[in-house]
Design a protein. Structure first.
Length: 401
């Protein structure tokens, strides 16, 4: 590594002792820093107007190389938009997740940060992005975009040695309101089922009685129901992405593959459905093993009237009028029946692990973070447990003699 003066030769005039000007004297930037890229072994250079800037860059290069933190300065010239596209295409996402990530980048990252070179993005730019998006997105959505896409994108840029550090440091997001899910009453669940066409009523009981996700319900096949053992198995889900017909895919996570107990009310609804609506198996793409996609006849429990898989646009057209007729709030969906199931377990005395396994959550932490406000009388239970263990002396602040 060295700092070169491009305006003067190193050797001095033997007669005068003065340094001789080069052909570049007075033209362009005067100072050049040279160093060896530790990864490629190639010589890199960068020009500066001032000697102090060149020496500072030289010192930084020496320090970064010695610490193993060297980043090629040219790498950061790639814009955020260019790198985001590269990053998106290299992620091991399911097709539906990849589609959602592309949409987030296109709508929320590129319009504000896309034109900036990666190396020029500072925390101030990220704070500006937060302020801009906060005017367009709900706090919870903004948090999802930030933590789910923007932070991983810049972390990947650091790992790729495109930049030395992430600008997503010390960023404050708008506070997410502590809102609870709308939990239907039992009579509302029954009213919702009655409001739907008969061939879809069992869907309500499966969601409310087993806590299944929509894709799991629409991907349910007949052989996954065991009436004798009163069990029902989540093995797959029906997935919909733009530009293709619905297809079978693995459940959301590994822990989503599960077996639920089959309550009587759910068993009766499913049995009636299977006896009343009998469809022939429909050819469908099966990508439950992404390495070996096949096309096969799927004996789906819930289909459209013509026997084809249920598309989410079809379901929305069927579902919304029933929600309104049942007197449930606008936006009430199958996920809300899943929350209903969780709260039934919680108020029935189920512990966190039981709820986690029944819901197919990845960890008990996810369950706690989602439903901690629904465990009843938590404060009273804590007091009772301590009093039972230690007894009560009455000598407590605010007590009476």
């Amino acid at each position: 590594m060295a700092v070169d003066d491009l305006w003067y030769h190193r050797a001095r005039d033997p007669e005068t002792g003065e340094r001789r000007p080069t052909k570049r004297h007075g033209r362009g930037k005067r100072w050049r820093v040279r160093w060896i890229d530790p990864e490629t072994g190639q010589t890199r250079t960068q020009l500066f107007d001032r000697r102090a800037d060149a020496e500072r860059h030289d010192a930084n290069m020496r320090a970064d190389i010695s610490r193993g933190q060297y980043v090629d300065p040219r790498a950061g010239k790639l814009t955020v938009a260019e790198y985001a596209e590269h990053w998106r295409r290299t992620q091991l996402h399911r097709q539906s997740t990849a589609e959602r990530t592309e949409r987030v980048i296109r709508r929320h990252i590129v319009p504000v940060l896309g034109a900036l070179p990666l190396a020029q993005v500072r925390s101030s730019h990220i704070r500006g992005w937060v302020k801009d998006r906060a005017e367009r997105l709900a706090p919870s959505t903004l948090a999802t975009v930030y933590h789910g896409t923007l932070v991983p994108l810049f972390n990947a840029a650091v790992a790729d040695k495109r930049i030395g550090s992430t600008p997503c440091v010390g960023i404050r997001l708008p506070e997410v309101p502590d809102t609870r899910y709308y939990i239907a009453k039992p009579e509302q669940v029954h009213a919702l089922a009655e409001a739907l066409p008969e061939r879809y009523r069992a869907i309500v009981y499966l969601a409310a009685g087993c806590g299944w996700r929509g894709g799991e319900i629409f991907g349910l096949e007949r052989d996954a129901i065991d009436f004798e053992r009163r069990e029902i198995h989540v093995r797959q889900q029906l997935t919909v992405v733009s530009g293709r017909s619905p297809f079978l895919a693995p459940p959301k996570t590994k822990t989503s593959i599960r077996t639920n107990e089959l309550p009587v009310v759910v068993a009766e609804a499913l049995r009636h459905h299977l006896e009343t609506f009998r469809s022939l198996p429909e050819e469908i793409d099966d990508e439950t093993d992404p390495r070996r996609p096949i096309r096969r006849p799927a004996d789906l429990v819930f289909t459209r009237g013509d026997g084809r898989p249920i598309h989410r646009s079809d379901w929305s057209f069927i579902w919304r009028p029933a929600v309104e007729k049942a007197g449930l709030p606008k936006g009430f969906g199958l996920r809300d029946l899943r929350h209903y199931f969780a709260t039934v377990l919680i108020f029935g005395g189920a512990n966190v692990k039981t709820v986690q396994l029944a819901m197919g959550h990845t960890t008990p932490t996810v369950t706690l973070n989602t439903y901690v406000g629904y465990w009843p009388d938590a404060v009273d239970q804590t007091r009772s447990l301590v009093d039972s263990a230690l007894g009560c002396t009455g000598d407590v602040p605010g007590g009476t003699d």
